[in-house]
Ligand binder design. Structure first.
Ligand code: FPP
Length: 246
């Protein structure tokens, strides 16, 4: 029996987040340039989005470019930006066909203007889609996001829009870039690294973490389904004891 058949469709994670890692190593293993790994990684993104649509995952968030990735060699940064632009434009039609809405989080204003414009365009033309929301984390840093949220709240307190005493988890989360998305139940990282690398730090407080040795360009929907089967075997206690759960 394949992994897809083992999935309990009534207990799917609503939101899956993925740290797509290992593109560079995958390319190097084949004696190719790193950018070839990123190009191949796009094929994995496409397959995973289709896999999510296939089984009914409502939200998928992928770490496509971290704030720290700006420190990579300029040629690689430029290649990633060009790949991003060509991918969102080439895939707009398929996203619509699959009823997928495109969304983006991160310090988007730091992206090249063409990237900002094309992202806004594809987000607009897919905005009515309801089956799945694909969020690209771009120039994203969770610490940056939390600081931005804190600044917004401080400004609101200073202007007496809200009272300091009224700030709670819900009020704080409403200021995050993910305010319209539920927290992920499952976070996957490929390539054997066991880190969360400044991704969705607030949102993963109770997220199940899944690590696989598979490099991102080799990761396909069957690997996603395997991760979901593993997730469904876990007992999520949220601080309670087993006996309290049922
Ligand atoms: C990590 O691999 C991957 C990235 C920094 C970029 C991820 C980008 C893509 C999959 C392609 C673009 C995506 C979209 C949605 C258009 P790495 O380069 O850190 O690999 P390494 O650790 O082996 O060096």
């Amino acid at each position: 029996m394949g992994y897809k058949e083992q999935i309990d469709i009534n207990r799917l994670p609503v939101h899956i987040a993925i740290i797509m890692d290992g593109n560079g190593r995958w390319a190097k293993n084949q004696g190719k340039f790193r950018v070839f790994g990123h190009e191949s990684g796009v094929l994995s993104v496409k397959d995973i989005v289709e896999g999510c649509v296939d089984i009914g995952i409502k939200y998928l968030t992928v770490y496509a470019f971290s704030a720290e990735n700006w420190n990579r060699p300029i040629d690689e940064v430029n290649a990633l930006m060009e790949l991003l632009i060509s991918t969102i434009n080439n895939e707009a039609e398929t996203l619509n066909k699959n009823n997928v809405r495109l969304n983006a989080i991160g310090d988007l204003k730091s992206l090249p203007q063409k990237c900002i414009d094309d992202l806004a365009n594809v987000m607009e033309i897919t905005s009515k889609n309801t089956k799945c929301t694909l969020t690209l984390a771009l120039s994203y840093s969770a610490k940056w996001e939390i600081i931005e949220a804190a600044k917004k709240l401080i400004t609101q307190v200073q202007s007496q829009e809200i009272n300091l005493e009224d700030i709670n988890e819900e009020v704080f989360a409403a200021q995050l870039t993910t305010h319209h998305i539920p927290d992920p139940e499952l976070m996957i990282r490929t390539s054997g690294e066991h880190r969360v690398s400044n991704f969705l730090l607030w949102q993963i407080a109770y997220t199940e973490l899944y690590f696989t040795e598979t490099l991102w360009p080799d990761f396909r929907r069957e690997d996603l389904f395997e991760a979901i089967v593993d997730f469904q075997k876990r007992e999520r206690r949220f601080g309670k004891i087993s006996e309290q759960l049922n």
